[in-house]
Design a protein around this ligand. Sequence first.
Ligand code: GCO
Ligand code: MN
Ligand code: MN
Length: 388
Amino acid sequence: MTAFTPKPEDKFTFGLWTVGNRGRDPFGSEVRESKTPAELVYLLSEVGAYGVNFHDNDLIPMDATLDEEASIKKSFRKALEETGLVVPMATTNLFFDPVFKDGAFTSNDPKVRAYALQKTMKAIDLGAEFGAKVYVFWGGREGVETDSSKNAAEAIKRMREAINFLCEYVMDQKYDLKFALEPKPNEPRADIYNPTIGHMLGFIATLDHPEMVGVNPEVAHDQMAGLNFMQGVAQAWEAGKLFHIDLNDQYPGRYDQDLRFGSRDIKAAFYLVKFLEDVKYSGSRHFDAHAYRTEDFEGVKDFARGCMRTYLMLKEKAAQFNADPEIQTILKEINAEDPALTPYFGKYSAEKAKAIKNYSFDRKTIAARGFKYERLDQLTIDLILGNR
Ligand code: GCO
Ligand code: MN
Ligand code: MN
């Protein structure tokens, strides 16, 4: 039994906005004081995180003077040096300021679209300055309340043009930076464009430099919509597009909760961790969540430690699943190939097509087979609950 202590190679990261979240919601004000970026770095180091990510304005407030900017950067850099934390990812806040109320890259106002490009280029410079290798785009306001307001196909074109422009900007600056687009179906807008991992993958294929662009899927964003997150992640991975991941938890069909990782759907979290570990995903395990509003900063540390601990416990369970003789015997049996049929699979040929068309299948006998999934699932439950 390991101690489930986070190590740098686990690549656990948090955003400044996650542990720095002050507990404001639509019905109540802040419950926790504001901490400086440097203070948050020390907090993250205390709980054992590997890295810290930021939005441009988490680090440098929008109206900061040049002197203020220099002094914030200096203390942030000092905190990074003293703690050894790194900045693997950065992003732009294109949703909070009133100027983005109708979106950023997809706003109907060309001034807003141009301002969004300017803000993002400056934020990319800031991310690169602190060594970020992944740049996330979450288009929180890139949507509508009413479809009367925008042509949805035009909105996708605007988004494409912006991402193409910014890809070329990165190449021009010779930054070693990849983009990760983060889908979310709704909230804060009624509907957001490119709402799912699948939409985003389809969109990426239409870009000028698709090789520079992948996805940043988030647990809560799929679970809000009742989707199977692990399956979406697997599809992104299989397409070579899993550049980053946002881990948290969420009850389906509710407002955006950003719960501690694994605290709601432990079985879904298990399959997710198992998938990431089985394929040896080597990117950040970024927790995009925050502590309950009931907590003080000790509670925030409990929250952050809990995210990492649950991940590591599930990682151990995944290894146990892979080594469990009974589970593995069933898996082998249900996945067994039929050598008689092997010649019929694979690449198309006219002969193969003819042979399959002429093959005589004993449908009733085939259908009578039991797949043992009940047994397999209960073994998985026993394992997760510690009874194996
Ligand atoms: C949300 C999003 C954001 C983004 C963040 C980084 O639901 O609010 O998940 O937290 O991940 O802006 O891009
Ligand atoms: Mn989210
Ligand atoms: Mn997110």
